[in-house]
Design a protein around this ligand. Structure first.
Ligand SMILES: [Zn+2]
Length: 181
């Protein structure tokens, strides 16, 4: 660090090393005696020396590192937010793909026909005999269009439905048996 000096004899300005602070030196121009200001005054010099000394001696600034640690921490909420946003975007994209590719609901006829009532029974849908598999509900996939469903059960009047199914429609049928007189 250097201290600014001014020779009172020849008015020349020059800088002296800080080790000369408070001492008398010879003016490099005229050789006159120049009193180098003490460091305290040099600090008050608003030019070169003041700012670095204040910066290096002020505790609040040395307490700065915690503040500088905080900024690297601050990006975390931002990163988490961006990550969450990315996941939401991916989920939305996958949902759109699912909506586009999901299989259309089957066109089907469901018979709400309890297993206990299927003994010695017969089911025919549009001329095709259907095995009364032992599962509940009894769901039979069919093509869209007009259908005729006939069910027969020993000791009861046959039950017949006629209807038309559109693509993806499911018809639910519940037989109401009437005993043969
Ligand atoms: Zn001088």
């Amino acid at each position: 660090m250097q201290i600014r000096c001014r020779c009172s004899k020849c008015e020349s300005k020059f800088k002296a090393d800080e080790v000369s602070a408070g001492l008398k030196i010879a003016c490099p121009r005229c050789g006159g005696v120049v009193m180098v200001p003490p460091m305290a005054q040099a600090i008050e010099d608003p030019t070169t020396t003041a700012i670095p000394r204040v910066a290096s001696h002020t505790p609040p600034i040395s307490a700065g590192p915690p503040d500088e640690i905080a900024p690297p921490g601050n990006p975390w909420p931002l990163r988490v937010g961006l990550a969450a946003l990315g996941l939401v975007a991916i989920a939305a994209a996958l949902f759109v793909v699912y909506l586009v590719n999901r299989p259309a609901p089957p066109t089907a006829i469901e018979l709400r026909w309890p297993l206990a009532d299927r003994k010695d029974a017969f089911l025919e849908i549009s001329g095709n005999s259907i095995d009364l598999v032992k599962r509940d509900p009894l769901l039979v996939h069919v093509a869209p269009g007009p259908h005729r469903v006939t069910i027969r059960r020993k000791g009861f009047e046959p039950v017949i439905w006629n209807f038309t199914l559109i693509k993806g429609e499911q018809k639910h049928l519940t037989p109401e048996w009437q005993a043969v007189p």
